[in-house]
Unconditional design. Structure first.
Lengths: 119, 112
């Protein structure tokens, strides 16, 4: 079974600063995917960024980037030039590589980090 | 594109009752997964439906059941409600072999 751990329940940062959210995971799988999801007060989970474990290059999406350390089983999210709209719960999630010909694999989530951007 | 839609948005039920939650997947998606998110926790996987069959199931009792219809929409049923079933229930849709799951806004279930 996979586990995902987010050790920072809450963080806050001034607008325009950079913040890093931490995530560690445990798995015996070699092929898998890692995600960061954002959940604003509207409750809808929004995909922020995705990393394939077989790719050594860290994923980047505009102001969001990850530091993926496979051997250490670490997957942190860096938000640059933080904006008020970044205020939300952030969840790290794990998905095994799918081998079946149907459906998809489930997501295993961490407990989340509540991020507040201060004006 | 309406994205993933869930109904109702809020629901209050009494212990012992039964509830049905509904989900319409994003256009083009054929796989629907359900998650339970207790207050202050991350979502927990309940089960997944593909081609009208339950393909995977998480660690939830048989009181939790579901269905997928030919148009790929899905229902989550919970029988004999307990206070501990109070949570946000999230539906996520995806297409087969695509890792990106799109979530609905959830149904907030309160059991009193």
């Amino acid at each position: 079974a996979q586990t995902v751990t987010q050790s920072q329940p809450e963080m806050s940062v001034q607008e325009a600063e950079t913040v890093t959210l931490s995530c560690t995971y445990d798995t015996s799988e070699n092929n898998y995917y890692l995600f960061w999801y954002k959940q604003p007060p509207s409750r809808q989970m929004i995909l922020v960024i995705r990393q394939e474990a077989y790719k050594q290059q860290n994923a980047t999406e505009n102001r969001f980037s990850v530091n993926f350390q496979k051997a250490a089983k670490s997957f942190s999210l860096k938000i640059s030039d933080s904006q008020l709209g970044d205020t939300a719960m952030y969840f790290c999630a794990f998905m095994k590589h799918f081998y079946k010909d149907f459906g998809n694999e489930k997501l295993t989530f961490g407990t989340g980090t509540r991020l507040t951007i201060i004006p | 594109d309406a994205g993933v839609t869930q109904s109702p948005t809020h629901l209050i039920k009494t212990r012992g009752q039964q509830v049905t939650l509904r989900c319409s997947p994003k256009s083009g998606h054929d796989t629907v997964s359900w998650y339970q998110q207790a207050l202050g926790q991350g979502p927990q996987f309940i089960f997944q439906y593909y081609e009208e069959e339950e393909r995977q199931r998480g660690n939830f009792p048989d009181r939790f059941s579901g269905h997928q219809f030919p148009n790929y929409s899905s229902e989550l049923n919970v029988n004999a409600l307990l206070l501990g079933d109070s949570a946000l229930y999230l539906c996520a849709s995806s297409s087969v072999r695509n890792t990106e799951a799109f979530f609905g806004q959830g149904t907030r279930l309160t059991v009193v």
